[in-house]
Design a protein around this ligand. Structure first.
Ligand code: TRP
Length: 331
């Protein structure tokens, strides 16, 4: 059994891309491993220093992930800021993190470009905060995508450096959790690229979207005037519609439209109508569950509190030892 840690950014609602990406893997991992999944609200301040409704966003994300299948009886689900030991470990790690290596981090360089008016120290030390999230539970597995590989590499650097500096064998080396080929790519609705909230209005289908909203988004999805010769390869935008249909529709439906395409009889309006209907049906149970949970304040705060307690237990144990190792002791 591995100890697994992963953070969830509290910006943006849950969409089909998140679900078929990380989330489905979280859901299967929670059955086999000791998992800590948390909402990274400290991290969100690096880009959103004055959040309008941080608490509301955190609640929404917690509810959506619960509705999608994260189980508080299996995994430890918590809010990062509920476990301030993370901040103390971050402080210790920052003492041994060098400006040069932090400045070389790709995500930092990207952020400088994206928000030149707010190049704050939190952005620079984002990797040490992420390392603290992982090392606080002495995790050995982190389910992250390619974009987080460098952060994970830095986590290993910081953990190994700590071990070396204080001459201990304390932090394990966390490795990326490899899903092999289980990752399903979910394209967006605007013709190219993957589904995501930063890819433009109407590109992503959210679990909390009402059926009418889903229908409108799908009907606006980018298509073209259709194939002019039989059995032609599909342009990207069309391929994307088929890929979405593959995940939410029945194999028969997919085959029907494949044949229509290959014989140049396809009518994208009809196809999108069908896709919208199947997406609405697919998201229906999630949507209902989100509504039910949002109105159950008592349950949600109970889940949050229980997660905090479990995470605190693990975090405070690590921190007690870290303080001891560095030399913070009582007289
Ligand atoms: N940086 C991650 C992201 O942008 C979120 C994150 C924060 C995280 N802390 C983490 C992921 C710890 C894994 C482990 O998606």
């Amino acid at each position: 059994m591995e100890t697994v840690v992963s953070g969830i950014r509290p910006t943006g609602n849950l969409h089909l891309g998140n679900y078929f990406g990380a989330l489905r893997n979280f859901i299967s991992m929670q059955n086999e491993h000791n998992c800590y999944f948390f909402i990274a609200d400290y991290h969100s301040l690096t880009t959103h220093p004055t959040p309008g409704d941080l608490n509301g966003n955190v609640r929404q994300i917690l509810v959506e992930y619960l509705a999608a299948g994260l189980d508080p009886d299996k995994a430890t689900l918590y809010v990062q800021s509920d476990v301030p030991e993370v901040a103390e470990l971050y402080l210790f790690l920052n003492m041994n993190a060098y400006i040069g290596e932090l400045e070389r981090c790709t995500s930092f360089k990207d952020k400088i470009r994206q928000q030149p008016q707010n190049v704050n120290a939190g952005l620079l030390t984002y990797p040490t905060l992420m390392a603290a999230d992982i090392l606080i539970h002495r995790a050995n597995k982190v389910p992250v995508g390619k974009d987080q590989e460098q952060h994970l590499e830095m986590t290993r650097t910081f953990g190994n450096r700590f071990n070396r500096m204080y001459n201990v064998d304390f932090f394990p080396e966390p490795q990326a959790f490899n899903f092999g080929n289980e990752l399903v790519k979910i394209p967006g609705l605007n013709g190219s690229g993957k589904m995501g909230k930063s890819e433009g209005e109407g590109n992503a289908v959210y679990f909390a979207d009402e059926p009418e909203v889903i229908r409108k988004k799908v009907m606006k999805a980018v298509t073209d005037s259709g194939p002019t010769e039989p059995n032609q390869p599909k342009p990207e935008a069309i391929q994307n519609i088929f890929q979405l249909m593959k995940v939410v529709s029945t194999p028969n439906t997919l085959t029907f439209f494949e044949e229509q395409y290959n014989t140049c009889q396809i009518r994208y309006g009809d196809m999108k109508k069908q896709l919208a209907q199947d997406m609405i049906a697919f998201t229906e149970p999630f949507r209902e569950q989100i509504k039910a949970l949002l109105s159950d304040e008592v349950y949600i705060s109970r889940v949050r509190k229980a997660g905090q307690e479990k995470a605190h237990e693990s975090a405070s144990k690590t921190l007690r030892e870290v303080r001891e190792i560095i030399g913070f002791r009582k007289f």
